[in-house]
Design a protein around this ligand. Structure first.
Ligand code: GUN
Length: 299
């Protein structure tokens, strides 16, 4: 059985380290750090993510403000909302929940968040800082995964890592953070030939491609660390049973699985961050960390 990498434990550690910094910055500013969360439209998954982020703020003592325009908002109207937040002295950090509706130009929106208030590290200037290895807000999920590897003392320096998925939100920043930590990094994606072979060479696999249970036993070198970032909803009973989710399916009529086959990984991995309970809690913890850091810079 692999060592289970528990995101909730790492989150508690991150929160504990943030508390004194939060108190200090609050004393300096005369107000708590402020995070604005922009949620466009009614997408149920996005609403749930935003609710979790707002709860994270409340748990820690960060002041959150939800801005929730209708799904029909135009790019120009959304840019005006962001301009107001950019100039609001009570707001230290801004997050625009992705994805945005089709009529909105996402690139323009991400570029409109002031780089000094960029809670997600998605602004091109901050992406550039990441590429250059300079301090700046980092994308929350990849940054959380680095904290998890550190907490569980999983060596990265000199090891081989395979990142499966090349999204701007996870795959690309993840690869850059691992590279910065001196891993030899392979970025795999939907057009990679011999995906199993590429993954099998790796000491660390980060799976973020959004294909349920894609990573099977033949992808995983014995003893490797496997970090699952995917979340897919399985609505087929036989599939849920095959993936060891029979009880969950019986109770809820559906089951959540990641990109890693949860039955297979238990047989070969040395360490495993599961779905749920792995990286999920860390995304929020790192959002809080970025918010405190941005507030410190505004003080
Ligand atoms: N949508 C999915 N993940 C994320 C994230 O980390 N940040 C934002 N803003 N939107 C997302």
């Amino acid at each position: 059985m692999p060592q289970i990498l528990d995101g909730k434990i790492v989150r508690e550690e991150i929160f504990a380290n943030l508390k004194p910094r939060l108190a200090a910055v609050q004393a300096k500013l005369g107000r708590p750090p402020g995070l604005a969360v922009v949620l466009v439209g009614e997408d149920p998954a996005s609403k749930q993510y935003v609710q979790n982020k707002i709860k994270g703020c409340a748990d820690l003592g960060i002041c959150s403000r939800k801005v929730a325009p209708a799904a029909t908002i135009s790019t120009e109207q959304l840019l005006k909302e962001l301009d107001k937040l950019n100039h609001d002295p009570a707001i230290d950090a801004i997050l625009v929940q992705m994805p945005l509706p089709k009529q909105v130009d996402s690139r323009k929106v991400l570029e409109a968040v002031a780089p000094g208030k960029d809670a997600d590290g998605f602004h091109p200037l901050n992406v550039g800082h990441l590429v250059a290895g300079r301090p700046a807000p980092r994308a929350c999920t990849p940054a959380g995964i680095m904290e998890m590897l550190k907490y569980y003392r999983i060596a990265v320096d000199g090891r081989k890592a395979a990142v499966v998925g090349r999204s701007d939100i996870i795959g690309k920043p993840m690869a850059l953070l691992l590279l910065q930590a001196n891993a030899t990094v392979t970025v795999c994606h939907s057009r990679t030939p011999n995906l199993a072979e590429e993954c099998h060479r790796a000491d660390i696999i980060v799976a973020a491609i959004g294909k349920p249970a894609l990573i099977t036993a033949d992808f995983i070198r014995r003893g490797a660390t496997v970090i699952d970032v995917g979340t897919s909803r399985i609505t087929d009973r036989a599939e849920a049973e095959r993936l060891g989710r029979a009880n969950e399916f019986a109770q809820k009529g559906a089951a959540w699985v990641g990109d890693v086959n949860p039955v297979d990984v238990e047989k070969v991995a040395g360490a495993y961050s599961p779905v749920p309970g792995g990286v999920g809690p860390l995304t929020i913890a790192m959002l809080m960390s970025n918010t405190v850091q941005l507030a410190e810079q505004h003080g």
